[in-house]
Design a protein around this ligand. Structure first.
Ligand code: NAP
Length: 370
């Protein structure tokens, strides 16, 4: 029926009810159009998922076949290596006309395996929601995790369009922004903008850590810049082990390119030839979507100066809510380097940001467009 939401009234199965799987469960249930959400996990996880109202029915991995048998859509949400283990069984057990997808952070290995184990009438669409957190497990599940997040879909040439369109429409319904690309394009881009930065942060902090231990380098000097650049060095290895194993070639390619780039900077550093490199980097940095969830178009930002005291953020939010202004992104700048401001806020449009400046200015705040 025209306009009917995708998978309305159908069973949707989530295999691996952790942070991402649990968040999908909550988001799907939030849509409230008669879908039944079935989880497949260990019993302990299922008990927690029931208690949090993430799933309507639960099966253990031993009963995976029964768990997914009726599902029109199956999300595979375990760690990548386990997705690769489970894929053949899931594709074999899925019902005719089911769409099977996954949420793994690398795509080529998974889509290749799905192609190798494909079955007529079961349609696989690779997926990667560009949202997450450093927390793990269903207890950290968040119904709004995917709002405004880019959701990459990597169908193979055999995947019928209706399967991709259906999934794209569903993820749009809970606020994500679907984007289609090939698994190779995804993995190369992810290696450049996500996996290389992780390797850089890990190696940089390791280097500084060794200097601190061996030479007594005063690491306490590290302020905002170092902390901003190395935040992701706190990521757990467990998730990265799978990413590195399944995307080693693009990651090595990016590390080699970065070594070349760093070498060029090294040879120019005392020759007054870096201005062009700084200008270029400034310009490109300015073009990056400004929200961690990857807004497709940049937000319009304002900077507000405020005293560090309880209730400031509540007051700012209340003042803006009074004029029906929605804040799309907010950051408290606890360490200020390079520019003033205590709170940075992002808005969907320039008129909205200008109105926010006007309203907050009238409320007595020192505020300006960024
Ligand atoms: P998580 O919170 O640890 O959840 C993983 C789930 O898989 C749990 O339900 C876990 O519990 C199940 N599982 C099955 N076999 C497992 C095994 N051998 N080891 C560990 N857990 C196992 O992880 P997550 O953050 O949701 O990540 C899941 C997938 O999402 C990964 O493929 C990851 O690449 C992808 N992803 C993560 C993020 C992020 O930032 N976290 C973002 C985008 C995509 P049970 O064993 O009880 O089922």
């Amino acid at each position: 029926m025209a306009g009917e939401p995708p998978f309305a009234g159908e069973t949707i199965a989530i295999v691996g009810v952790g942070l991402i799987g649990g968040s999908l469960g909550l988001a799907l249930k939030g849509l409230d159009i008669g879908r039944r959400v079935v989880g497949v996990s260990r019993q302990e996880t299922l008990d927690e998922a029931f208690a949090l109202d993430v799933i309507d029915a639960g099966y253990r991995y031993e009963d995976l076949e029964s768990g997914i048998r009726d599902a029109a859509l199956v999300f595979l949400c375990t760690p990548i290596v386990r997705i690769l283990d489970l894929l053949p069984e899931v594709l074999a057990a899925a019902r005719q006309d089911a769409v099977v997808t996954d949420v793994g952070s690398t795509k080529h290995a998974i889509v290749s395996s799905a192609t190798a184990h494909r079955r007529d009438g079961v349609h696989f669409v690779g997926g990667h929601p560009m949202a997450g957190s450093e927390q793990r497990g269903v207890s950290a599940a968040d119904p709004f995790l995917f709002q405004n997040a880019i959701y990459i879909l990597t169908p193979s040439p055999e995947t019928p369009d209706f399967a991709v369109e259906g999934l794209a429409c569903l993820v749009s319904a809970f606020g994500a922004r679907p984007m289609r690309m090939t698994p190779q394009e995804h993995d190369r881009a992810a290696a450049a903008v996500s996996h290389l930065p992780q390797m850089m942060a890990t190696s940089l902090v390791s280097m500084i850590g060794r200097m601190t231990e061996d030479e007594g380098l005063p690491i306490r000097m590290a302020a905002g810049g170092f902390r901003d650049l190395t935040r992701i060095a706190s990521s757990p290895y467990e998730m990265w082990r799978d990413i590195c194993h399944t995307n080693a070639t693009p990651i090595r390619e990016m590390i080699d390119l970065y070594i070349e780039s760093l070498s060029a900077i090294r040879s120019a550093v005392d020759r007054d030839r870096l201005e062009q490199a700084f200008d270029f980097a400034n310009r490109i940095r300015g073009q990056i979507p400004k929200d961690s969830k990857g807004f497709l178009h940049p937000l319009h930002e304002i900077l507000l100066l405020a005293e560090d005291r309880p209730g400031v953020i509540a007051d700012v939010a209340r003042t803006l809510a009074g004029e029906n202004i929605n804040i799309n992104d907010i950051e408290v700048l606890s360490v200020r380097e390079g520019e003033g401001g205590t709170i940075r806020m992002g808005f969907d449009s320039r008129p909205c940001a200008e109105l926010a400046v006007d309203v907050l200015g009238k409320a007595g705040y020192s505020v300006r467009m960024r």
